[in-house]
Design a protein around this ligand. Structure first.
Ligand code: ARG
Length: 563
């Protein structure tokens, strides 16, 4: 029973003839300050029917009401103020967490509505950037949060697998390519070809024409071009998949840009029908002045389609395929205008559902103060960052817990978890710097700190012999437990808020806050002392472990039982 229900029941027992439970519960307020109690009930609306002053009514209610489960109930002017009995409230919270387990905090707000999430979406034959990593982990966390709120997320990797660069790559490959080298180290090798192509094309501009010609071949379905394209794509994807495996992130679809090749004519036809296409210097554009946006190019002078054209086709495809209630795009802030244009064009096309499309932008990451760019050559950085994090975590475990059984596995979970947590604890629009040593610390606002708090809770439960806590008295008299209990009670609302703001950082901050509250309690109380409240204290520990593990799971981070 939640606290409002408890209060409404008590009032209904007194006012049964005047007001129903439903009428009462909607009137209950949370006082501005806690010295006024936890909940309050105003009596103004009863003055007319009861022919009494509200002050009198409030005093009357206080006299008659059953005060069980409350520390006190007092009349304050026209209000009846309820001070909850912390022990009863605390026991209710523990009961809720223990009986729901990992489902604690689940709600059905989403009604199983489909929500495609465009996420990660790296470009074939190019290394995955820090931006793509952010998109991957933010998108994955949002998917988990959506599920917890009763939605059905669909994770789509909109691979950048089409465009003129493939023509250039083919020319380069045919000139200096080695099948073996590509197989061995696909992305690095392909990037090398691409860079060399650009260098040499400066001297020999006819190479550019050749590149265009090859891309044209590809678009026209030439067998050799198709085969090369497919091969580049497969090899690159293999490499991306290793990284996704390491992060343990999966996708429901890898329909990238190329998937929409046969779906763009229909888009262009509709644009024509609605008379939205204008010719400008041989190209086809949509004017978006009305939206205060620059014109959007849909078809180039040479007839080639663009990123935007494919995104329009993808948006429509997703509506037809999934009949979404929302369609999300987790893509860096630098593409804000692109998505504004996309939505505006869809709106002009008459699709009212364009309002359900939402770009979820995020800020930039720098590593140790340095910007990461694809062109700078520091391209394997992402894999390096993860490897280094795992190594650092391994060293810490070696120091703290050298006898740990599955050290390597735990080092992976802590190292990679640390990188992911660090990314997600920052509000997504903030730019932030990434310093590995900071990220992997076991203290401070880090993922390992939350994991460590969880592991400590698990260790207490093991020490206590993992007792069955069903049916035990859950009241805890120690006031020091109150902050932890309140934090546990906040979880369901936190899950809703994280979704409302599209902000995994709300979950990360919550997990840090719960960890801090719990560690303070842990430091100040003798949990394992054999007295009558020991089962209740263990129930608190178990609830903390459950909610911390669930918070980490939502973020895509493991919660090892020992570390
Ligand atoms: N491949 C693009 C890039 O790396 C991101 C694609 C985002 N998704 C989309 N539907 N436009 O910049």
């Amino acid at each position: 029973m939640d606290n409002k229900t408890q209060v409404a029941n008590a009032i209904a027992a007194v006012l049964g003839d005047q007001l129903s439970f439903d009428d009462i519960i909607v009137k209950i307020e949370v006082p501005k300050t806690s010295d006024l109690g936890d909940l309050a009930f105003p009596t103004f609306m009863l003055a007319k029917t009861m022919h009494k002053a509200p002050q009198q009514i409030a005093a009357g209610i206080v006299e008659e009401i059953n005060k069980d489960g409350f520390e006190k109930v007092v009349a304050m002017g026209p209000y009846v103020n309820f001070f909850l009995d912390k022990q009863v409230v605390g026991a209710n919270i523990l009961n809720e967490v223990l009986s729901a387990g990992a489902d604690y905090g689940n709600n059905e707000d989403g009604n199983h509505g489909n929500v495609p999430i465009d996420m990660s979406s790296p470009n074939i034959a190019k290394p995955m950037s820090m931006g793509h990593l952010r998109s991957t982990v933010i998108g994955n966390a949002l998917a988990n949060i959506l599920t917890k709120n009763g939605y059905n997320p669909i994770k789509i990797n909109h691979l950048g697998d089409w465009g003129t660069q493939f023509g250039k790559l083919m020319v380069a490959y045919k000139m200096w390519g080695s099948e073996e080298a590509v197989k061995k180290d696909p992305i690095n090798t392909l990037v090398k070809y691409y860079v060399r192509f650009h260098e040499e094309a400066k001297e020999k501009p006819e190479m550019d024409d050749e590149g265009r010609a090859w891309f044209k071949k590809l678009e026209d379905g030439d067998a050799e071009a198709q085969e090369l394209w497919k091969w580049f794509r497969d090899e690159s994807l293999k490499e991306f998949l290793t990284l996704y495996d390491e992060l343990e992130i999966t996708f429901d679809s890898f329909n990238g840009e190329a998937f929409y090749n046969d779906k763009m004519d229909a888009v262009i036809d509709t644009l024509n029908e609605k008379q939205l296409l204008v010719e400008s210097q041989g190209a086809q554009i949509v004017d978006l002045e009305k939206y205060n946006l620059p014109v959007a190019m849909i078809k180039r002078t040479d007839g080639a389609t663009l990123y935007m054209t494919r995104d329009l086709a993808a948006a429509i495809y997703r509506k037809n395929e999934y009949n979404f209630v929302k369609s999300l795009y987790v893509v860096g802030g630098e593409q804000r205008e692109h998505f504004q244009q996309m939505k505006a064009i869809l709106k002009e096309m008459g699709y009212a559902w364009s309002d359900d499309i939402e770009h979820i932008p995020f800020g930039l990451i720098t590593v140790d103060g340095k910007k990461l760019s694809t062109r700078s050559g520091r391209i394997i950085l992402l894999q390096d960052v993860l490897d280094d994090a795992v190594k650092l975590a391994g060293q810490q475990i070696e120091e703290k817990n050298p006898d740990l059984a599955n050290k390597e596995q735990v080092a992976r979970e802590v190292g990679i978890g640390a990188v992911v947590f660090h990314d997600l604890k920052n509000e997504r629009l903030n730019n932030f710097d990434f310093s590995l040593a900071e990220v992997v610390r076991f203290e401070g606002d880090t993922g390992p700190y939350v994991q460590y708090s969880h592991a400590r809770a698990q260790s207490i439960l093991r020490k206590a012999g993992n007792p069955d806590l069903a049916g035990v008295d859950l009241k805890i008299s120690d006031e020091a437990a109150w902050d932890t209990l309140k934090a546990l009670a906040d979880f369901p609302a936190t899950v809703r808020r994280a979704l409302r703001d599209r902000e995994p950082s709300i979950i990360a901050k919550y997990a840090l806050n719960l960890s801090r509250a719990y560690n303070k309690y842990y430091a100040n109380s003798k949990i394992l002392t054999d007295d009558t409240e020991k089962p209740a204290r263990l129930a608190l520990v178990k609830s903390v472990a459950t909610v911390l593990a669930e918070s980490l799971r939502l973020l895509g981070v493991h919660a090892p039982n020992e570390m």
